[in-house]
Design a protein around this ligand. Structure first.
Ligand code: PMP
Length: 405
């Protein structure tokens, strides 16, 4: 049976060209397998590859070389940023006579790697948090953000593109709002709080993420969502390692990554990540247009078979690689789809094994009943217009099979 992959938001296959470039960094013959921290010939070759990759990635987002810190995953980058910022202010808050905690503001539809990290800090009384509500399309309520801002807020974290529904959050507007607030404080402190973090893991492949234009201070992105290998990701840290006294490492050791993330760098994966980023950046405008057509045709075809199906979230003005659909009277269809050769997910892959209704759809106001009848389809580079008809036929057959059982 032909298997159709409709879960590109969970992960992407590694681009064959990218894989080719990575191979040298495993092999004895190429002499490129060294540890970049070693001072000898092999180490220097590996260090060269690391520098080259850091430069390529920095270029794709308009950052400086030293502003890119490699990690193993976007989850780790989110942890580094959130925990690192709180660790860096801990003493200031402890030493103040006011007995208060640093405050983080996050959207209620963030990925679990952000939300669970913030909740963990809250439960250990290391920070307090405010969770921004969203409207029925998953858009963050900026008026609540404005109300929640005060002098204790050290970090605001809002994602660029939601991984379950594809909603594009108003990142530039949020950066401006925070920038205006920082100016209004008129203090002479070197670090202007709050810092603005954007988890751009789902946006990196299809949007221009120039950090100067968007005005973010901290950003996260991951290789395996952009046709690079798993095991590499990055945190963008404005001002770079030199100015990163507003962030403390959570992994300590040999001082790699400018002292912000100890541990030998995964050179083959980082090299793959860099080539994948460069290629995605070159292709993103065309690919976005192509995926826009694909998602529109997909919805049209689905609607022909299931006129009662509804889109969760926006139908336009969203990232075209994600379509989240509600199929009334069809609970938990993931397994039925899989049996017909369609791989799709109910939500974040990381949360699939925990049976909890999607926190994203819940925050949008949907009932548990509707959530259990919803599924996310996500498209990517190796899914073509020609695959749509067959996919919809398979979906239709899966739902019929489910009814007959
Ligand atoms: N943030 C978002 C928005 C994501 O979609 C994901 C992946 N599902 C992550 C973070 C975590 O990425 P990684 O798998 O690299 O840890």
């Amino acid at each position: 049976m032909k298997q159709i992959y409709l879960d590109y938001a969970a992960t992407t296959p590694t681009d064959p060209e990218v894989f080719e470039k990575m191979k040298f960094f495993f092999e004895n013959d190429s002499q490129d397998f060294g540890n970049p921290s070693s001072l000898h010939y092999f180490g220097q070759r590996a260090q060269g590859a690391l520098d080259f990759s850091r430069q390529k990635i920095a270029q794709t987002i308009g950052a400086n070389f030293r502003e890119i810190i490699f990690t193993s995953s976007a989850t780790e980058a989110n942890n580094l940023i959130i925990r690192g910022v709180i660790d860096a202010v801990e003493n200031n808050f402890k030493n103040s006579a006011r007995n208060i905690l640093p405050k983080i503001i996050v959207s209620s539809v963030e990925h679990p790697s952000v939300l669970e990290t913030v909740k963990g800090l809250e439960s250990r009384k290391m920070a307090e948090a405010a969770y921004l509500p969203v409207d029925k399309n998953g858009l963050v309520d900026l008026s609540v953000l404005e109300k929640e801002l005060n002098e204790n807020v050290v970090l605001v974290s809002v994602m660029a593109v939601n991984n379950e529904i594809g909603t594009v959050e108003p990142i530039e507007k949020i950066a401006k709002l925070i920038g205006d607030y920082r100016k209004s404080k008129q203090d002479n402190k070197e670090i202007k709080y709050p810092l603005f973090h954007c988890d751009a893991t789902q946006a990196f492949n299809l949007f221009d993420l120039n950090v100067i234009k968007s005005g973010v201070d901290l950003m996260t992105f991951s290789s395996h969502k952009i046709y690079g290998p798993k095991g590499a990701a990055a945190a963008y840290i404005k001002g770079g390692a030199d100015k990163a006294y507003f962030i403390k490492p959570i992994t300590t050791g040999g001082g790699q990554e400018y002292g912000l993330r100890a541990g030998t760098e995964n050179i083959p994966a980082i090299v793959g990540f860099a080539y994948a980023a460069e290629k995605s950046f070159m292709l993103f405008k065309k690919e976005k247009e192509r995926l826009d057509k694909i998602s529109k045709s997909f919805i049209e075809e689905v609607k022909k078979e299931f006129p009662e199906a509804e889109i969760n979230g926006f139908s336009e003005n969203k990232s075209p690689h994600i379509v989240n659909l509600y199929f009334p009277h069809n609970k938990n269809i993931g397994i039925s789809l899989d049996l017909m050769g369609i791989s799709a997910s109910a939500g974040s892959a990381c949360a699939q094994r925990i049976e909890k209704p999607s926190h994203v759809l819940k925050a949008m106001g949907f009932s548990d009943d509707r959530i259990s009848q919803s599924i996310r389809f996500s498209f990517g580079r190796f899914f073509s217009q020609d695959d749509i008809r067959q996919s919809v036929e398979k979906i239709s057959q899966a739902l019929k099979n489910k009814k007959n059982n």
